[in-house]
Design a protein around this ligand. Structure first.
Ligand SMILES: Cc1ncc(COP(=O)(O)O)c(C=O)c1O
Length: 471
């Protein structure tokens, strides 16, 4: 807090940014009291590595959080941003756009499958989730079905922190504290085959998790349902990779009921599954596809909602009867962000990083399979390309979990951090999502750190040592 003065207050030194007194001035995503015991404050990064303010190096096994698609310190992207900084940093959003936004929209239209062709840019994932929900509602109004407003999404899903996206999300740990949620959101069970919510087994199950979405639409009244919103591979439930029939069935159900199918590809988009979009990996074209995170690779905030041409056409009527798409934020289509997005896509295409994601994804699966042969506490391995997870179990035969209090996955994740590897961890699973530039050798080294970390946690459990916070 400063008083009126003409002098600029001194910044605290970088070395002080891990001191609790100074950390009390900032909220981070973690539980503060716990996090501040061993705060992680990153200072610089290069390729697939971070260095913290104390100079310790970490493998970035999770691309920041599935963001840093083309690696850290990518000179092509940085130079593109620098060039743009000298030309135009902000265009007036109430009056139009800028050439880079139009160029990037057209490139995305070229790359996206089917007739996904019209783009709304925003800064973050939640913002384009909100845009997609509004698009679905406004589209149905313009197309003669104004009663369609409900959004069907899934338990255990994560679509973002703004209230609409949060209402669509299905993670009670992040929702309950913020309730009540917005009305008009209905949840269904996700395709967690390893622990089928219907007590069935694939393939004899008939993919009930998908067909039941049709039943839910019927029960809700199709005249009230605007959209089905899903992540092609869910993240927060522990990387929920659906059976191959799942998304085609959702496509058919949505078509049958005049409901828009929205894919939240905020993680799975931009090469993570080994194709530019998971829609291609699964061979299903949604009506609306959302990308963020990897689109600008972390060099500037950028997200995009891409919708099918016929849907966008509904917003092109005469002004007297058509207000256009009523949605917007100040920083949408920012030229610096779009310059980053164009350079990231160029890097991915020119260096065939999609091919590398497929190759290193296979390598990662081999390493995880090796670990599963060594450790019976690995119950399941899921995911595609450079987006894969391991679920831990106490007993592989019964799939019984470790008690929540054991927090096995958290302990492994913390051990890995201590050994210089960042991955995503949860009490019962851990996930990897390294940059698309990762090499085979780096995949092997990350797997070796994971191996060591699992071994140490098992050793702790055997000797009865506790301490989730250890390491
Ligand atoms: C699948 C998915 N959708 C949406 C979001 C929200 O994105 P943001 O945090 O950029 O708002 C996230 C963020 O983690 C996500 O993983």
């Amino acid at each position: 807090m400063t008083t009126a003065t003409t002098s600029v207050p001194e910044l605290i030194a970088e070395g002080q940014t891990t001191e609790e007194g100074f950390l009390r001035q900032i909220f981070v995503r973690d539980q503060m009291a716990e996090w501040s015991k061993q705060p992680l404050v990153m200072s610089r990064a290069d390729g697939v590595f971070y260095w913290d303010v104390e100079g310790k190096r970490y493998y970035d096994g999770i691309s920041g959080i599935y963001v840093v698609s083309v690696g850290h310190n990518n000179r092509q992207v940085i130079e593109a941003i620098k060039r743009q900084l000298d030309v135009l940093t902000f265009s007036p959003p109430m009056h139009g756009t800028n050439p880079l936004a139009v160029q990037l929209a057209n490139l995305l239209a070229e790359l996206a499958p089917g007739d996904l062709s019209t783009v709304k840019f925003q800064c973050g994932g939640a913002e384009v989730v909100e845009a997609a929900i509004k698009l679905a509602r406004q589209y149905h109004r313009l197309a003669g079905s104004p009663g369609k407003y409900k959004v069907i999404s899934r338990y255990q899903s994560w679509h973002g922190s703004t209230l609409g996206a949060l209402s669509a999300s299905g993670l009670k740990s992040r929702k309950t504290v913020n309730e009540p949620m917005a009305p008009g959101f209905v949840h269904v069970f996700p395709p967690t085959c390893y622990r089928c919510p219907f007590g069935k087994s694939y393939p004899d199950c008939g993919v009930t998790c998908a067909t039941i979405v049709g039943d839910v639409i019927e029960m809700e009244d199709p005249a009230t349902v605007a959209a089905v919103l899903v992540e092609p591979i869910g993240h927060t439930g522990g990387v929920i990779d659906p059976p191959e029939e799942y998304l085609p069935i959702l496509r058919e159900v949505c078509d049958r009921h005049n409901v828009l199918l929205i894919f939240d590809e905020i993680i799975t988009g931009i090469g993570r599954t080994g194709r530019m979009f998971a829609a291609e990996t699964f061979g299903v074209t949604p009506d609306v596809l959302l990308v963020a995170k990897g689109l600008s690779g972390g060099y500037a905030p950028l997200s995009a909602m891409i919708c099918r041409g016929p849907i966008a056409d509904a917003f092109w009527g005469p002004i007297a009867e058509n207000p256009g798409f009523v949605e917007g934020h100040t920083f949408e289509g920012n030229p610096i962000s779009c310059a980053a997005g164009l350079a990231v896509l160029r890097e991915i295409l020119e260096r065939d990083l999609l091919g590398n994601a497929r190759a290193q994804g296979r390598r990662l699966r081999e390493r995880f399979d090796d670990l599963a042969r060594k450790y019976p506490i690995i119950g399941d391995i899921r995911g595609k390309g450079l987006f894969q997870a391991i679920e831990f179990v106490r007993d592989r035969a019964t799939k019984a979990r470790f008690p929540d209090a054991t927090a096995f996955g958290v302990r492994v994740g913390r051990r890995a951090l201590a050994h210089g590897l960042l991955c995503r961890f949860d009490p019962h699973w851990i996930a990897f999502g390294p940059p698309l530039i990762v090499t085979a050798e780096q995949v092997d080294e990350m797997a070796a750190i994971l191996d060591r970390s699992i071994g140490e946690v098992l050793g702790e459990l055997e000797t009865g040592r506790a301490g989730v916070g250890e390491g």
